[in-house]
Write a protein that binds this ligand. Structure first.
Ligand code: NAP
Length: 339
């Protein structure tokens, strides 16, 4: 059993706590503290009720300065500065950093200096972290000696297994990804000021908005041979959850639509079971809400032009899939440190 704390209890932090209780991770992982800038009553309320994922499966309430979840008591802190909390006294094995405010090794190191033994970051972070892990693909790279590990991004978790599969099946010359991502909390509901990005000043609910993406860098870090060969763009769309990547690649060998779909279906039942899914049902994005897999290939949308131009539609629940992968990485890392 490892003891963890959650720093930043927003969409990802709350999804992580819920997935811990819903999907069996609680057997190996105990959350002993949550640090979030909002107040405890609101934290309790937003744990109980969630517009995207529904009601929490266990009773949740405030008890003094703690959150009670079922039989567990989770200490609550509300500190913006890492050294304001006595992390050593909490005796945690790992901090799940879900605030998005600590993106570099230098920033994360402030927590380590303040007594946190290990940090798992809910974002790609800089390349000087100890490891960037896409669970199912390269978790074996985690070492018990690591202190700052990134669980990559939701888009990286979606696309890496898919690119690896096409590379193995037919080779990849080059390609593009177009992420179609649900709205996020860094966008306003109606136009509002934003510190450094003019596009993020625009109403999330009235436009399709191009945004910056670091997915090319993520691909480069995980699949270095492909990094410079894939160009990536991202659009935010006015839905509250579930996203997709429209992937186009030129393959080295000739392939057919049937070969591609059969290959992905076999991966979904074998090597990538519970990580990569395959469907031939006529779906809309909402069907993948609360789907714990990193990516689901929509076989109805697979196309091949002239034998080598391959187009795939890859669905993913950007919150729930990612939260489950964070817990997979935490669990895996925890087993390494307890050996
Ligand atoms: N949402 C997704 O689909 C998704 C998927 C994968 C990865 N991620 C990544 O996960 C991170 C969080 O995303 P999110 O969507 O969960 O954002 P979010 O809903 O805005 O949650 C972030 C939470 O952290 C709190 N916070 C900010 N600074 C803090 C600090 N110093 N200490 C403690 N808490 C702090 C924020 O409080 P205030 O609001 O009061 O500032 C907010 O409640 C980002 O890096 C994002 O890129 C998100």
């Amino acid at each position: 059993m490892i003891r963890v704390a959650i720093n930043g209890y927003g969409r990802i932090g709350r999804s992580v706590l819920r997935a811990l209780y819903e999907n069996g991770y609680r057997e190996n992982i105990q959350v002993v503290a949550i640090n979030e800038l909002s107040d405890l009553d609101t934290i309790s309320y937003l744990t109980r009720y969630d517009s995207t994922h529904g009601r929490f499966p266990l009773p949740v309430s405030c008890e003094g300065r703690s959150l009670r979840v079922g039989n567990d008591l989770i200490q609550y802190f509300s500190e913006a500065e890492p050294d304001a909390i006595n992390w050593q006294q909490l005796n945690i094995d790992m901090l799940l950093e879900c605030s998005g405010s600590f993106s570099s090794r230098e920033h994360a190191q402030v927590y380590i200096d303040a007594g946190v033994k290990r940090m798992l970051l809910s974002q790609p972070a800089d390349s000087d972290v100890d490891a960037t892990i896409v669970y199912g693909f390269n978790e074996s790279e985690i070492r018990s000696t690591h202190s700052i590990v990134s669980a990559a991004s939701c888009t990286t978790n979606c696309i890496i297994p898919v690119l690896e599969a096409i590379q193995n099946l037919a080779g990849i010359e080059h390609g593009t990804t177009q992420t179609i991502h649900s709205a996020m909390n860094d966008q306003p509901i109606i136009d509002a000021y934003h510190k450094n990005d003019l596009r993020l000043t625009r109403s999330a609910m009235s436009s399709i908005i191009p945004v910056d993406t670091g997915l090319s860098k993520g691909i480069h870090r995980l699949l270095p041979d492909l990094g410079a060969k894939i160009a990536c763009n991202a659009l935010r769309v006015p839905t509250i959850n579930v996203s997709a990547i429209d992937l186009v690649v030129r393959t080295e060998k000739v392939v057919t639509k049937e070969e591609i779909n059969t290959y992905f279906e076999s991966l979904s039942l074998g090597k990538y079971k519970n990580i990569l899914g395959f469907t031939k049902e006529p779906h809309a994005s909402v069907d993948f809400n609360h789907d714990a897999r990193s990516v689901i290939i929509d076989g109805t949308q697979t196309q091949v032009v002239d034998g080598k131009l391959v187009k795939l539609l890859c669905w993913f629940d950007n919150e729930w899939g990612y939260a489950n992968r964070m817990l997979d990485v935490a669990d895996y890392w925890g087993r390494k440190i307890s050996k």
